[in-house]
Design a protein around this ligand. Structure first.
Ligand code: DLL
Length: 441
């Protein structure tokens, strides 16, 4: 018997459909999607070039014959060249945060918004949200899909919402304590910022009302989960999504927190080698490529997410039959190649969290002063561990140095800095400065 930390509630019976039934539904929906896409100029051309037509889709394996979509394709059809319905059918337009270049826009019909709310409700309920709860949403409300996406998901479950939005951390604490919010929704890095502000205000984890946290929108590690849980005194759940696909709601953890259940009745997910674009072996790490099966306004076919993760199709004791994706270890465009070795920022985070005495606040800077790459990790020392004694600080630096080397395989220069000196984040954290890229562009 599996022990659940709380009642294992399922929002929608579709989440537990037998795999054969699910796959029949997927095939049916894929065929419908391909016919709808034949009216979108980009796909019409891509189908013609690839010589495929909707009639060619006889099994789910035929997906592999269909063309892919990239972020650049969306950019080239800026602002709304991918619309599959008339403007009169639109109910909402969101934008991708895009750190480089123009933003990309994504659109929703009323039916898409209803679907989105239900998909968010599924993972929220799986992660403990109940109608009697009050949820504090500390995501940005705006073009970013985090705020509104989670807002309507919580509303769908029937819980009360405090739409706090991101920022004003002192006020987040006041709202949390005065309104006794049960659930906190934000990015993991903002959860940490809130935890730090709570400690500075003399609040103990047990003084903080939230018992559940739903965090997503950026990579984080298992160690970071433990850190957030112990500092905020809650159970932390991971959820994943991206605006081009729908926003939050693509996948999320159940009470067992052993991978995020992908909502496969609405999204086909592939895990491919990013270089060869061939499927990786089951359980291996690869780039996630997602097809939206049911979205009306802005469907995408085989969208290359650039997110690196693993898929697990083994049954989960919670009863959901859907595949589970691992944490995202990083993005193909976040991956640093330092002296030929591939390093993800999440590996540095993992190393730092293994070393007692450092705060999980860090910045990675990469440069190439001559012909060799030099990576510097600046990391804050915890208040209580900061010391004027050179020998103590040197020993701490050596421990970090060894841990980074053992996890990444390469040496980096480690700089210890005083507590509270690095930037704090209210949305997605930005922890890498790569001068090799910025200085040459
Ligand atoms: O971040 C949607 C979202 C909002 C997801 C709120 C979860 C909660 P974008 O701004 O388009 O959309 O960014 C999408 O963020 O491709 C991943 O690289 C990253 N990401 C999202 N969730 C996770 C997660 C939203 N749980 C990009 N773990 C994605 C790791 C995540 N990375």
């Amino acid at each position: 018997m599996t022990d659940f930390p709380f009642e294992n509630r399922i929002w929608d019976s579709a989440e537990t459909a037998p795999r054969a039934e699910l796959e029949r539904l997927q095939l049916d929906r894929l065929r419908g999607l391909v016919s709808r896409l034949a009216d979108v100029p980009f796909y019409k051309n891509a189908f013609a070039e690839a010589g495929t037509s909707p009639e060619d889709i006889r099994s789910l394996d035929d997906l592999r014959r269909l063309p892919m979509t990239t972020k650049d394709d969306l950019r080239e059809h800026y602002p709304l060249g991918f619309l599959a319905v008339g403007r009169d059918k639109l109910a909402r337009i969101h934008g991708s945060s895009g750190t480089t270049g123009k933003p990309t826009f994504v659109a929703y019909t009323a039916a898409d918004l209803e679907l989105w709310a239900n998909l968010c409700a599924r993972f929220l309920v799986a992660g403990g949200l109940r109608p009697e709860h009050t949820a504090q949403i500390a995501f940005g409300y705006g073009l970013f899909t985090g705020g509104f996406g989670l807002h309507y998901g919580v509303e769908k479950v029937g819980a009360a919402i405090v739409p706090a939005a991101a920022g004003n951390t002192q006020r987040q604490l006041t709202l949390m304590c005065d309104l006794q919010t049960d659930v906190l929704v934000c990015t993991p890095s903002y959860a940490l910022t809130i935890a730090e502000a709570a400690a500075a205000a003399g609040l103990e984890p047990r003084d903080l009302p939230p018992r559940f946290g739903h965090f997503g929108a950026e990579p984080w590690t298992e160690d970071m989960r433990r850190e957030i849980e112990s500092r905020l005194g809650l159970l932390a759940f991971n959820n994943y999504g991206l605006s081009e696909v729908i926003g939050p709601g693509v996948s999320g953890e159940c009470a067992l927190r052993d991978g995020m259940h992908v909502q496969e009745d609405h999204f086909l997910i592939e895990c491919l080698d990013p270089d060869t674009l061939e499927p990786v072996a089951e359980g291996e790490q690869g780039e996630l490529v997602i097809t939206t099966l049911t979205k009306e306004a802005f469907p995408v076919l085989r969208y290359r997410t650039r997110d690196i993760a693993r898929l697990d199709r083994s049954p989960c004791p919670c009863g959901r039959t859907t595949a589970r994706m691992s944490r995202v270890v990083g993005r193909t465009d976040d991956m640093l190649i330092i002296r030929g070795v591939n390093v993800f920022p999440s590996q540095i985070e993992e190393a730092l969290l293994h070393v007692e005495g450092t705060a999980p606040h860090y910045m990675i800077e990469v440069d190439r002063p001559g012909t060799l790459d030099v990576a510097t990790v600046r990391v804050e020392v915890r208040e209580q561990d900061f010391s004027d004694k050179m020998s103590q600080m040197q020993a701490l630096r050596d421990r970090i140095d060894r841990e980074i080397q053992s996890i990444t395989g390469i040496r980096m220069s480690v700089e210890l800095i005083e507590p509270q000196t690095l930037e704090r984040f209210v949305g997605k954290a930005k922890r890498v400065i790569d001068h090799r890229v910025t200085d040459s562009s």
